[in-house]
Design a binder for this molecule. Sequence first.
Ligand SMILES: Nc1ncnc2c1ncn2[C@@H]1O[C@H](COP(=O)(O)OP(=O)(O)OP(=O)(O)O)[C@@H](O)[C@H]1O
Ligand SMILES: CC(C)(CO)[C@@H](O)C(=O)[O-]
Ligand code: BAL
Length: 281
Amino acid sequence: MEIFKTKAELGAYLKPLKDLGKKVALVPTMGALHNGHISLIKLAQQNADIIICSIFVNPTQFTDPKDLEKYPRPIEHDLAMLNEAGCNAVFMPDVTEMYPKQESWHIDLGNAEFLLEGEFRKGHYQGVTQIVKKLFDAVKPDVAMFGQKDFQQVLMIKNMLAYFKLPIKIITCPIIREDDGLAMSSRNIHLSADDRIHALVLSASLKFVEDHFNDYSLKELEAKAKAFYVGVPDVELDYFTIANGETLEPAKSKDENNLVALVAAKVGSTRLIDNTIIKQA
Ligand SMILES: Nc1ncnc2c1ncn2[C@@H]1O[C@H](COP(=O)(O)OP(=O)(O)OP(=O)(O)O)[C@@H](O)[C@H]1O
Ligand SMILES: CC(C)(CO)[C@@H](O)C(=O)[O-]
Ligand code: BAL
């Protein structure tokens, strides 16, 4: 497995492969890899010839400096996992490689930018699209893999692609969960033993909505899902919503073609997100 720290080295590696007509997939990550990330690599292998995984903890998407500071960075472990998974190359630039000078970034991502995660992490999706555009420019992939766990992120990246008219295919990969239902996430490492148990309320409340979608009205479903959180120690619900999967506005009717239930909650000091697609057109 090749490891590159600069865009120039990465470009030099990719050029002859592209000249040979090889299809390139990019799997962008912030490292601290788990089996959710590896599932993205595996799906990439089914959709391309050469798999590039980027590992970069992007400062511009963090709205809480403490979150950035304590973001896990187990690089040796990450490289071993990627090597084992058969990833072809890792791009792990320093901050100065991606942000050599002070720059501003603001693009129109549509109204959904300001909802849900955008409301709780103001400016987050400007930072995400800023770095993903830089990664796309460096790799110029044919396809890029993103996890459904970050449902809103996938929408924002698709909006960014439309904004710049970039011909990159986005593949959304299903959420990989622990055996007890908790969505895998790099931040799970921060959960204490008690937090780890309390965190199950996220997947349990989503499963309730999935299982009982036909039994209740939208209002009742949301109320019953929110009731799961009452009395769970050290869990603070930011939002639980059944939303339109395109606009992310609260769903108006169960007959809408795209429906997704999304949740974010703080468990101890760790903020987690999860979702389940109820219906997709
Ligand atoms: N459980 C999962 N299943 C599938 N894909 C996932 C999962 N967790 C993360 N991903 C995807 O992996 C990519 C890289 O995500 P990232 O490195 O931020 O990991 P993460 O586990 O989501 O970490 P964080 O704790 O920062 O949310 C994203 O596209 C993300 O949606
Ligand atoms: C897409 C991404 C790698 C951009 O930093 C990040 O937001 C993530 O890991 O989901
Ligand atoms: N997994 C999305 C990246 C973030 O939480 O900043």
